[in-house]
Design a protein around this ligand. Structure first.
Ligand code: SF4
Length: 187
Protein backbone atom coordinates (compact mmCIF):
# COMPACT_ATOMS: atom_id res chain seq x y z
CA UNK A 1 0.00 0.00 0.00
CA UNK A 2 1.32 3.49 -0.82
CA UNK A 3 2.23 5.73 2.14
CA UNK A 4 -0.54 8.24 1.38
CA UNK A 5 -3.18 5.52 1.07
CA UNK A 6 -1.99 4.08 4.40
CA UNK A 7 -2.15 7.51 6.06
CA UNK A 8 -5.67 8.09 4.75
CA UNK A 9 -6.73 4.70 6.04
CA UNK A 10 -5.33 5.56 9.50
CA UNK A 11 -7.02 8.97 9.45
CA UNK A 12 -10.32 7.35 8.49
CA UNK A 13 -10.01 4.83 11.33
CA UNK A 14 -9.12 7.57 13.83
CA UNK A 15 -12.08 9.72 12.78
CA UNK A 16 -14.40 6.71 13.03
CA UNK A 17 -13.14 6.06 16.54
CA UNK A 18 -13.75 9.72 17.49
CA UNK A 19 -17.28 9.61 16.08
CA UNK A 20 -18.00 6.41 18.04
CA UNK A 21 -16.70 8.00 21.26
CA UNK A 22 -18.75 11.19 20.75
CA UNK A 23 -21.88 9.18 20.01
CA UNK A 24 -21.43 6.92 23.04
CA UNK A 25 -21.05 9.96 25.34
CA UNK A 26 -24.53 11.10 24.30
CA UNK A 27 -26.19 7.69 24.14
CA UNK A 28 -26.27 7.82 20.34
CA UNK A 29 -25.01 5.73 17.44
CA UNK A 30 -22.24 7.08 15.18
CA UNK A 31 -24.71 7.65 12.30
CA UNK A 32 -26.75 9.97 14.55
CA UNK A 33 -23.77 12.27 15.15
CA UNK A 34 -22.76 12.09 11.49
CA UNK A 35 -26.26 13.11 10.36
CA UNK A 36 -26.22 16.10 12.73
CA UNK A 37 -22.84 17.13 11.36
CA UNK A 38 -24.08 16.77 7.78
CA UNK A 39 -27.21 18.84 8.45
CA UNK A 40 -25.11 21.62 10.00
CA UNK A 41 -23.45 22.02 6.58
CA UNK A 42 -26.30 21.23 4.16
CA UNK A 43 -28.09 23.93 2.17
CA UNK A 44 -31.86 24.15 1.72
CA UNK A 45 -31.88 21.69 -1.22
CA UNK A 46 -29.98 19.16 0.87
CA UNK A 47 -31.46 19.30 4.39
CA UNK A 48 -34.15 16.77 3.50
CA UNK A 49 -34.44 13.05 4.30
CA UNK A 50 -33.72 11.93 0.72
CA UNK A 51 -30.50 13.96 0.64
CA UNK A 52 -29.39 12.42 3.95
CA UNK A 53 -29.95 8.96 2.42
CA UNK A 54 -27.92 9.88 -0.67
CA UNK A 55 -25.07 11.43 1.29
CA UNK A 56 -24.58 8.40 3.52
CA UNK A 57 -25.55 5.77 0.93
CA UNK A 58 -28.25 4.28 3.17
CA UNK A 59 -31.93 3.44 2.63
CA UNK A 60 -34.80 5.82 3.34
CA UNK A 61 -35.96 3.40 6.04
CA UNK A 62 -32.65 3.71 7.86
CA UNK A 63 -32.84 7.48 7.57
CA UNK A 64 -36.40 7.52 8.96
CA UNK A 65 -35.29 5.56 12.03
CA UNK A 66 -32.27 7.82 12.52
CA UNK A 67 -34.35 10.99 12.25
CA UNK A 68 -36.95 9.62 14.66
CA UNK A 69 -34.26 9.01 17.30
CA UNK A 70 -32.80 12.49 16.84
CA UNK A 71 -36.27 14.06 17.17
CA UNK A 72 -37.01 12.06 20.32
CA UNK A 73 -33.69 13.22 21.81
CA UNK A 74 -34.58 16.86 21.12
CA UNK A 75 -31.74 17.29 18.61
CA UNK A 76 -33.76 17.74 15.41
CA UNK A 77 -36.88 19.57 14.24
CA UNK A 78 -38.87 19.23 11.00
CA UNK A 79 -39.95 22.40 9.24
CA UNK A 80 -42.38 22.61 6.30
CA UNK A 81 -41.14 24.44 3.21
CA UNK A 82 -43.08 27.69 2.82
CA UNK A 83 -42.96 27.45 -1.02
CA UNK A 84 -43.06 23.72 -1.67
CA UNK A 85 -45.90 22.29 0.41
CA UNK A 86 -44.83 18.66 0.88
CA UNK A 87 -41.13 19.33 1.24
CA UNK A 88 -39.74 19.02 4.77
CA UNK A 89 -36.50 20.59 5.98
CA UNK A 90 -34.54 19.17 8.91
CA UNK A 91 -33.20 21.71 11.37
CA UNK A 92 -30.83 21.40 14.33
CA UNK A 93 -31.87 22.43 17.82
CA UNK A 94 -29.58 24.43 20.16
CA UNK A 95 -28.78 21.12 21.93
CA UNK A 96 -27.57 19.60 18.66
CA UNK A 97 -25.39 22.61 17.92
CA UNK A 98 -23.87 22.40 21.40
CA UNK A 99 -23.17 18.69 20.87
CA UNK A 100 -21.39 19.42 17.57
CA UNK A 101 -19.28 22.19 19.10
CA UNK A 102 -17.63 19.56 21.30
CA UNK A 103 -17.50 16.82 18.67
CA UNK A 104 -14.83 15.26 16.47
CA UNK A 105 -15.43 17.75 13.64
CA UNK A 106 -14.40 20.68 15.87
CA UNK A 107 -11.29 18.80 17.03
CA UNK A 108 -10.43 17.97 13.42
CA UNK A 109 -10.86 21.59 12.31
CA UNK A 110 -8.59 22.73 15.15
CA UNK A 111 -5.94 20.16 14.18
CA UNK A 112 -6.10 21.30 10.55
CA UNK A 113 -5.38 24.90 11.51
CA UNK A 114 -2.09 23.80 13.11
CA UNK A 115 -0.74 22.12 9.96
CA UNK A 116 2.17 23.93 8.27
CA UNK A 117 0.43 23.59 4.90
CA UNK A 118 -1.37 25.85 2.47
CA UNK A 119 -5.05 25.19 3.28
CA UNK A 120 -6.21 25.86 -0.29
CA UNK A 121 -3.74 23.36 -1.77
CA UNK A 122 -4.68 20.71 0.78
CA UNK A 123 -8.40 21.28 0.15
CA UNK A 124 -7.93 21.07 -3.62
CA UNK A 125 -6.03 17.78 -3.34
CA UNK A 126 -8.55 16.22 -0.95
CA UNK A 127 -11.47 17.45 -3.07
CA UNK A 128 -9.99 15.88 -6.19
CA UNK A 129 -9.41 12.58 -4.39
CA UNK A 130 -12.93 12.56 -2.93
CA UNK A 131 -14.54 13.41 -6.26
CA UNK A 132 -12.57 10.66 -8.00
CA UNK A 133 -13.67 8.06 -5.47
CA UNK A 134 -17.29 9.27 -5.60
CA UNK A 135 -17.26 8.93 -9.39
CA UNK A 136 -15.97 5.37 -9.06
CA UNK A 137 -18.73 4.59 -6.54
CA UNK A 138 -21.45 6.33 -8.58
CA UNK A 139 -22.23 8.81 -5.78
CA UNK A 140 -23.21 12.46 -5.84
CA UNK A 141 -20.39 14.87 -5.00
CA UNK A 142 -22.17 17.23 -2.52
CA UNK A 143 -19.83 20.21 -3.10
CA UNK A 144 -19.95 23.75 -1.72
CA UNK A 145 -22.56 25.91 -3.49
CA UNK A 146 -20.31 28.88 -4.29
CA UNK A 147 -18.03 26.53 -6.29
CA UNK A 148 -20.81 24.93 -8.36
CA UNK A 149 -21.17 25.08 -12.15
CA UNK A 150 -24.75 26.36 -11.63
CA UNK A 151 -23.70 29.16 -9.27
CA UNK A 152 -24.44 32.65 -10.63
CA UNK A 153 -22.96 35.50 -8.53
CA UNK A 154 -25.14 38.18 -10.26
CA UNK A 155 -23.54 41.11 -8.49
CA UNK A 156 -24.71 41.41 -4.89
CA UNK A 157 -27.44 38.72 -5.07
CA UNK A 158 -26.41 35.20 -6.05
CA UNK A 159 -28.73 32.83 -7.92
CA UNK A 160 -28.87 29.11 -8.57
CA UNK A 161 -28.80 28.53 -12.33
CA UNK A 162 -30.45 25.13 -11.88
CA UNK A 163 -33.52 26.20 -9.88
CA UNK A 164 -33.57 29.90 -10.81
CA UNK A 165 -33.96 30.79 -7.14
CA UNK A 166 -32.01 33.48 -5.26
CA UNK A 167 -29.38 32.25 -2.79
CA UNK A 168 -28.78 33.86 0.59
CA UNK A 169 -25.09 34.35 1.41
CA UNK A 170 -25.13 31.70 4.16
CA UNK A 171 -26.61 29.15 1.73
CA UNK A 172 -23.80 29.67 -0.78
CA UNK A 173 -21.27 28.42 1.81
CA UNK A 174 -23.10 25.14 2.42
CA UNK A 175 -23.00 21.81 0.59
CA UNK A 176 -25.66 20.81 -1.95
CA UNK A 177 -26.89 17.50 -3.38
CA UNK A 178 -27.38 19.17 -6.81
CA UNK A 179 -23.79 20.44 -6.97
CA UNK A 180 -21.97 20.11 -10.28
CA UNK A 181 -18.26 20.60 -10.79
CA UNK A 182 -17.22 23.60 -12.90
CA UNK A 183 -14.19 21.46 -13.85
CA UNK A 184 -15.72 18.08 -14.57
CA UNK A 185 -12.39 16.50 -15.44
CA UNK A 186 -10.52 17.44 -12.27
CA UNK A 187 -13.23 17.61 -9.57
S1 SF4 B 1 -25.77 26.70 -7.49
FE1 SF4 B 1 -25.32 24.47 -7.48
S2 SF4 B 1 -24.75 24.04 -5.37
FE2 SF4 B 1 -25.78 26.04 -5.34
S3 SF4 B 1 -27.96 25.58 -4.93
FE3 SF4 B 1 -27.70 25.61 -7.18
S4 SF4 B 1 -27.29 23.45 -7.74
FE4 SF4 B 1 -26.94 23.63 -5.52
Amino acid sequence: MQHNALLLERLGALIHQSVRDDAARHGLLPIHVQVLSYLSRANRYSDMPIAVAEYFGVTRGTVSQTLAVLERKGLLVRESDARHGRRVHLGLTPSARALLRESWITRLETALTTLPLDAATLESGLRGLLAGLQRLNGQRAFGVCARCAHFQPDGRRAHCGLTGEPLAKAQTLRICREWRSPHAVTE
